[in-house]
Design a protein around this ligand. Structure first.
Ligand code: ITT
Length: 196
């Protein structure tokens, strides 16, 4: 099956490529000259659908989109939907992590709980009335400083109690087995059928 990934985030592309394996021929939307969709949704689900529809329309291929983020309890769910542009500039991971650590500077350990969330949406065509949608969440808490050099985005500041380390300290195969993205993809796969 040939799919376009409706994303400009290289971290998502490499994780989803590894997760999908060789049975799915996954192409970045940039290979077709497709730029970012405007994410006007009020939910991760809406934004995932907007991105998948945009890429499916532009390429004529089935499209997979990933809308994800970090929800921090002490910040009432922020950065949430705005995770990619939390510090102002879209995709500035360093600035986003700096802001997060700053906002939580006075928050005690017990209140630093957070989760990574991921919604995947698969459209067989732009007007597909039955998109496949799947969600995953990964529980953890926010560290006081960065740890590790793996992953991307907020991985250096996200501590996973289940693993006893930051997600940036996990080997890629462990993150890809246990992450919010892995959980969502496992559910999506269960619903995958060949396009008609
Ligand atoms: P596309 O919309 O082009 O896919 P994006 O990076 O703008 O890329 P989102 O709007 O879904 O994607 O924003 C997701 C944000 O959450 C972004 O800041 C990521 O770095 C972060 N994020 C998502 N999954 C993550 C993960 O597995 N580890 C660390 N950070 C993650």
């Amino acid at each position: 099956m040939k799919l376009v990934l409706a994303s400009s985030n290289p971290g998502k592309l490499s994780e989803l490529r590894a997760l999908l394996g060789s049975s799915i021929d996954l192409h970045a939307q940039s290979e077709f000259g497709v730029g970012d969709a405007v994410e006007t949704g009020l939910t991760f689900v809406e934004n995932a659908l907007i991105k998948a529809r945009h890429a499916a329309r532009a390429t004529g291929l089935p499209a997979l989109a990933d809308d994800s983020g970090l929800c921090v309890d002490a910040l009432h769910g922020a950065p949430g939907l705005h995770s990619a542009r939390y510090a102002g500039t879209h995709g500035d991971d360093e600035a986003n992590n700096d802001r997060l650590l700053r906002e939580l500077a006075d928050i005690p350990e017990a209140q630093r709980t957070a989760r990574f969330v991921c919604v995947l949406a698969l459209l067989h065509r732009p007007d597909d009335p039955m998109p496949l949608i799947a969600q995953g969440a990964w529980e953890g808490r926010i560290l006081r400083e960065r740890r590790g050099a793996g992953g991307f985005g907020y991985d250096p500041v996200f501590f996973s109690p289940a693993h006893g380390c930051a997600s940036a300290e996990l080997p890629p195969e462990v993150k890809n087995r246990d992450s919010h993205r892995a959980m969502a993809l496992a559910k999506l796969r269960a619903g995958l059928v060949p396009p008609r």
